[in-house]
Design a protein. Structure first.
Length: 390
């Protein structure tokens, strides 16, 4: 499928003013998403919040059907989250861990996720084992398999790291988890919206992510997927009148779908807009998006690698739209500020947020450029020209 880049960029007005290579932080929302967000906020202002939600019930429910299409799952396996970290922790703490249980995770695990593991160790006396990466920066499947024993309760993986452009072998890990009957939690913050995600092929039991990154939704939005066969085995850490029904004075009944992990109050306009963002991505086609993002990232890596003063920090065949690098004569912060003054957005990945991975790789703070399908080859060339103009 050929993407209509001109039309897509018309739906992304800021592309006429700047080069946005910070899509792994927060992508630029397309006009239909922004219109859906503002339309509902306006409706709330005109007729009231509760009344607007009743009026917009079909649009709210589209959130669930849109993600069901995106993930090839049922609508009752989809839940809303205020953000990815909240959704991820909600599911993590719903698992009935007992003292001595083990969690296997990867060297590239997201910093907030790993802090949650450390906190869980204090609360429930579980143990964490970090599986190192192989020479290409991907989690070592042989080491993962060798670490499995009867005490392993969970395998948790960040599909595409925030601080690296590698794509971890999520499907192969799903096969390992199913073979050993181990729960599998996949953080899809950076992969949702840039890679096709079929939860049946991935073999994950739970999957979480955010709306603001490659899905191009609003900030303050997120999602959860929970495989229906395990929903009944997970107990939310807290409930309300949305996630459970008050059957009698001393009796309640949890919902039997993934919405048992939601709470009643939510960002309704954001929920509607995120559903529209998923529809927008599905209309373009996830295979086409993945191909375009991969191509632009490859162009960027190739051109940066030709600059003597720049070191690119990822290699191999399985790479995403995230490109990380360092420049010898500028600190990451200095380079970020210089590019921003030239109308180019990138970000900085800091050692303090990636102690586990950067410590093992011997890295300090680095720069991160992340492309999306609305970016162009000309923007890649301009980016590299500005970087070398010192």
């Amino acid at each position: 499928m050929t993407l209509d880049i001109a039309r897509i960029r018309e739906h992304t007005p800021a592309t006429s003013e700047l080069i946005h290579f910070n899509n792994a932080g927060a992508a630029l929302s397309p006009t239909p998403v922004q219109e859906a967000l503002l339309q509902h906020l306006g409706l709330e202002q005109r007729i009231g919040g509760y009344e607007a939600a009743t009026h917009a019930h079909p649009q709210i429910e589209n959130f669930y059907s849109a993600f069901a299409r995106l993930f090839n799952c049922d609508t009752d396996e989809v839940a809303w989250a205020e953000n990815a970290t909240h959704g991820w922790n909600t599911l993590l703490h719903a698992i009935p861990f007992k003292s001595g249980d083990r969690i296997l995770t990867g060297q590239s695990e997201y910093g907030s996720n790993y802090l949650a593991f450390l906190h869980l160790c204090r609360l429930r006396n579980v143990h964490i084992e970090v599986i190192p990466n192989d020479a290409n920066g991907r989690i070592c499947l042989d080491r993962l398999t060798a670490a499995i024993d009867n005490n392993v309760r969970l395998i948790a993986l960040t599909h595409v790291p925030s601080q690296s452009g590698v794509i971890h072998p999520a499907t192969e890990i799903g096969q390992i988890a199913r073979t050993h009957d181990i729960l599998y939690l996949l953080d899809a913050c950076q992969s949702a919206g840039q890679l096709p995600l079929d939860v049946n092929a991935l073999g994950c039991d739970m999957l979480t992510g955010t709306g603001r990154k490659y899905l191009r939704g609003p900030r303050g939005t997120g999602f959860m997927y929970v495989r229906k066969e395990i929903i009944g085995t997970l107990t939310p850490a807290w409930i309300d009148l949305h996630s459970a029904s008050w059957a009698a004075e001393n009796t309640y009944q949890l919902r039997d779908d993934a919405r048992r992990f939601e709470n009643w109050e939510s960002f309704v306009a954001g929920k509607i807009a995120l559903g529209v963002a998923v529809d927008y991505a599905m209309e373009i086609g996830m295979e086409a998006i993945a191909k375009r993002v991969g191509y632009l990232a490859s162009c960027l890596r190739e051109q940066l690698s030709m600059v003597n003063s720049i070191s690119v920090h990822e290699s191999g065949e399985h790479l995403s739209g995230i490109v990380t690098f360092s420049k010898k004569d500028e600190t990451p912060q200095e380079l970020q500020h210089r590019l921003q003054s030239a109308g180019i957005n990138i970000s900085t990945s800091k050692l303090r947020s990636n102690v586990l991975d950067f410590g093992r790789r011997g890295l300090g703070d680095i720069n991160r450029a992340s492309v999306h399908y609305y970016n162009t080859e000309e923007e890649v060339e301009r980016f590299c020209q500005v970087i070398t103009a010192t």
